[in-house]
Design a protein around this ligand. Structure first.
Ligand code: R5P
Length: 299
C-alpha cells in the first residue's frame, strides 16, 4: 500500500452531482475519470487524475446494476492497481438486494453473489436504505464495512412540510421497517397492509382496519417502487375504501416500464421519491446525508 496522500472523489457517469457534494463536504478534490463504451459495447476506463497513495471514493448508484457494475469494478480495481491507498464506494442505491433467498430450486441468490464480487474490489461501502429483508444487515453478505444511511428523517421532513394530517401506510409487511421509522419521526400514525403477490405484476392488498384512516391524508411509503404494482394495488385499495387520494412515497425510484403511470392511474395524488435513482419524481435529496456518512468514516 502506498503513502496516504489524501482523499479524491470520482464520479461514474450520471453520478456527478453526488461526487460534487462528496468533494465539497470532504473538502477533497474531484478527479477526472473517463468511463465509456467502445463501439462493441465493452467498457473503457481511464483515470486522468493520479490516484497513487490517495483514498479514492467512487460515486456510483447501482440501479440497472448489470450496466453499471462492469465500469465500477474496472474503475475500482484499476485504482488499486495504480496504487490507491483505499477504494470506497458511495452507492445511494444498492442493486441486487431483493433476491435474498433461493425461492425455487436452482435459482441464484444474486444478493449474496453480487456482494461477494463487489467486496473483492472495494474497501468500504455507503448506501441508502438497502433492501434488507431476509438479510438483516449488509455484513451478512458484504465482507467490507457497509454504512447504511436512513432516508426516514428526510422523508419525514418532506411529509411534515407538505402533507396535512398524514397517516402513513406500508403496502406490505416488508415495508414495516421503513414506514414505522418515517412515521415515528413525522409524529404520524401508521398502518401496514396485507399483501399477496401472485406474479411480477399481479399484486393485491387489504387494509386491516380502514377506520383509523378516516379524515386523514393517506401517505403510502415503501423502499422500492419497481413495477409499481405493490403501491398501485395499495393506492387503488385506499381509494376504493372512500379515503382521500394517497400521496405515494418511495425511497428508490426504480420505476420499471409503466410504473409511474400505473400509480397515477391507480389514484395517487402525488408520487415522490428520493434521488438515490434519478427520476422526474425525485423531491428529496440524499446527497448531503450520504456525504456526511462518508465524512464520518473518514473521521
Ligand atoms: C418488497 O419487496 C419491496 O419492499 C417493495 O414493496 C417491492 O420491491 C415493490 O415492487 P413493485 O414496485 O414491483 O411492486
Amino acid at each position: 500500500m502506498s503513502k496516504d496522500s489524501g482523499t479524491i472523489v470520482f464520479a461514474l457517469p450520471g453520478n456527478e452531482a453526488l461526487a460534487a457534494t462528496l468533494a465539497t463536504t470532504l473538502k477533497a478534490p474531484a478527479g477526472e475519470l473517463t468511463a465509456r463504451r467502445f463501439p462493441d459495447g465493452e467498457t473503457y476506463i481511464r483515470f486522468h487524475t493520479p490516484v497513487a497513495g490517495r483514498r479514492v471514493i467512487l460515486a456510483c448508484s447501482l440501479h440497472h446494476p448489470d450496466d453499471k457494475a462492469m465500469p465500477l469494478l474496472f474503475a475500482a480495481s484499476t485504482a488499486r492497481e495504480l496504487g490507491a491507498a483505499s477504494v470506497g464506494l458511495a452507492a445511494p442505491y444498492l442493486g441486487y438486494m431483493r433476491q435474498d433467498k433461493r425461492f425455487n430450486e436452482g435459482e441464484a441468490v444474486t444478493s449474496a453473489l453480487f456482494a461477494k464480487i463487489l467486496s473483492l474490489h472495494i474497501d468500504w461501502l455507503v448506501t441508502v436504505d438497502p433492501h434488507l429483508h431476509r438479510w438483516h444487515s449488509l455484513d451478512e453478505i458484504y465482507t467490507v464495512p457497509g454504512t447504511v444511511v436512513a432516508a426516514a428523517p428526510l422523508l419525514a421532513g418532506w411529509i411534515r412540510n407538505n402533507v396535512e394530517a398524514p397517516v402513513l401506510i406500508g403496502p406490505d409487511a416488508e415495508s414495516e421497517q421503513w414506514v414505522s421509522a418515517v412515521a415515528a419521526i413525522a409524529d404520524a400514525p401508521h398502518v401496514v397492509l396485507e399483501k399477496i403477490r401472485r406474479g411480477d405484476r399481479d399484486v393485491s392488498v387489504s387494509i386491516p382496519d380502514p377506520a383509523v384512516l378516516r379524515g386523514r391524508t393517506p401517505v403510502l411509503v415503501d423502499d422500492i417502487i419497481s413495477t409499481g404494482r405493490t403501491m398501485a394495488a395499495a393506492a387503488q385499495h385506499v381509494v376504493a375504501q372512500g379515503l382521500k387520494p394517497p400521496v405515494c412515497i418511495g425511497v428508490h425510484a426504480v420505476f420499471s416500464g409503466d410504473a409511474h403511470q400505473a400509480l397515477l392511474a391507480a389514484g395517487a395524488s402525488l408520487v415522490i421519491t428520493t434521488n438515490t435513482i434519478p427520476h422526474p419524481t425525485n423531491s428529496v435529496c440524499v446527497h448531503s446525508a450520504v456525504a456526511t456518512a462518508v465524512a464520518a468514516l473518514k473521521a
